[in-house]
Design a protein around this ligand. Structure first.
Ligand code: GDP
Ligand code: MN
Length: 397
């Protein structure tokens, strides 16, 4: 689960990490009052969307040349004007995809004088199974680009969970970032704070890009991107309250209400599968036969008729879906129950694209009978390979 920059900065502030003063703005009318509460003489007006690259992004209905989603202003009036211009418009960045994201919130921040821009992130390194720091002198820019062209400029440092964060970690990072004097002490303290936050709040990702050295020589977090482990939100209720569902995929949101594990993808074949492993194998075999899955969907072990119907609704609401493959292994689940669910769902939702159903396992014969005896237009498949070939053929011809 991701949160907005202004929310991440409030959390950083509560832990004592250095951030600028700022105000969130949801309505254009509030912008001037909120901007007036900040000292100036520089104001930064920032679009709040769950995607980075805002500074270099552009608004959809823009004539060429207008500034992106991060703008500097020299007065309260100018800051309010920039906020008004951005609210409600669609910002496209490298990370939003071509559709972009609508800007519903603005953050107005007290502007900082910048001496240098650095990169810092904490993440869970899947190889070592540890929390890792990633630091680079090349802040403000695209870290993926740095990793590709000048990987020697990136320091990765994992923390042994048995010792936890130690000052030497902070000193190594400070050295890699070329910090001097009092900045080294600030860095050791800040890295300790960030590590503690990361662990206490069940984060998956914490990216400060840029971490800056201000014109006064102090460290400050100028941007913040935070992601939390969705499975831990039940014990992080304060974080759960920061959820902004307008930033999430509508189909994924709907699926989560019915406890369906659903991820929207870009392909043309909708998949309904039980079990995460089988769902992945199904996606793989669709690709093998030359098509692309439109989604990952695991209806789970205890799929009821209602769940199957909801899953169908979600799949068919995706305009990219040109065919559906149902691939169910009845273990604990019985194939006849699934078959009844599929037939009921098709009758309820309607079917405008080819549907291939492959059933295997407990009560498979009864299941096939239910499908064959229904007046639903289903292409039956014998096994996974057969099912994948049939749906790809039905869609691609
Ligand atoms: P992003 O483009 O979505 O990553 O947004 P950032 O918050 O990282 O801002 C993009 C860039 O705007 C930064 O790299 C800075 O160069 C600039 N910027 C942001 N805040 C300030 C500020 O307070 N003062 C100055 N001078 N520049 C800023
Ligand atoms: Mn940034």
């Amino acid at each position: 689960m991701n949160i907005h920059e202004y929310q991440a900065k409030a959390l950083l502030r509560s832990y004592g990490a250095p951030v600028s003063d700022g105000r969130a703005v949801l309505k254009a009318e509030e912008a001037k009052t909120k901007a007036g509460e900040l000292d100036g003489p520089l104001w930064v007006v920032k679009a709040q969307i769950h995607a980075g690259g805002r500074g270099k992004g552009s608004f959809k209905e823009d004539s060429a040349g207008e500034a992106g989603g991060v703008r500097l202003a020299k007065s309260v009036e100018e800051a309010a004007e920039e906020a008004r211009k951005m609210l409600g418009r669609t910002l496209v960045t490298k990370q939003t995809g071509p559709a972009g994201k609508q800007v519903n919130r603005i953050y107005i921040e007290d502007g900082s004088g910048i001496e240098s821009e650095l990169y810092l992130a904490l993440l869970i390194d899947r190889v070592t199974g540890r929390v890792s720091f990633v630091a680079s002198t090349e802040g403000g820019t695209d870290i993926e680009e740095v990793a590709e062209s000048t990987p020697e400029k990136i320091l990765s440092l994992s923390v042994d969970p048995a010792t936890g964060y130690q000052p030497f970690h902070g000193r190594r990072i400070a050295f890699a970032l070329g910090l001097e004097g009092a900045q080294i002490k600030q860095c050791v303290a800040l890295m300790g704070t960030l590590y503690r936050m990361f662990v206490e709040k069940d984060m998956e990702q914490l990216e400060i890009n840029p971490l800056i050295v201000t014109d006064k020589g102090d460290l400050k977090c100028l941007d913040a991107k935070m992601g939390f482990d969705g499975n831990a939100i039940y014990r992080q209720s304060d974080i759960g309250e920061l959820r902004d569902t307008t930033e999430e995929d509508a189909k994924e949101l709907e699926a989560s209400k019915y406890d369906l594990n659903y991820i929207a993808l870009d392909g043309e074949i909708g998949c309904m599968v039980n079990g995460a492993g089988l769902a992945m194998a199904t996606m793989d075999i669709i690709k093998l036969y030359g098509a692309e899955p439109a989604n990952f969907l695991d209806v789970g072990g205890g799929a009821t008729k209602e769940k199957v119907t909801e899953a169908f609704k979600i799949i068919t609401s995706d305009a990219n879906v040109k065919g559906i493959l149902v691939n169910i292994f009845g273990g604990i689940m019985r194939c006849d129950v699934i078959a009844e669910g599929v037939v009921a769902a098709v009758k309820d939702v309607g079917l405008t694209v080819p549907l291939v159903v492959r059933l295997e396992g407990t009560n498979v014969e009864q299941g096939k009978e239910i499908i064959n005896n229904s007046d639903v237009d289903v292409i039956a498949a014998d096994d996974l390979k057969d099912g994948a070939q049939k749906i790809v053929k039905a869609v691609k011809g």
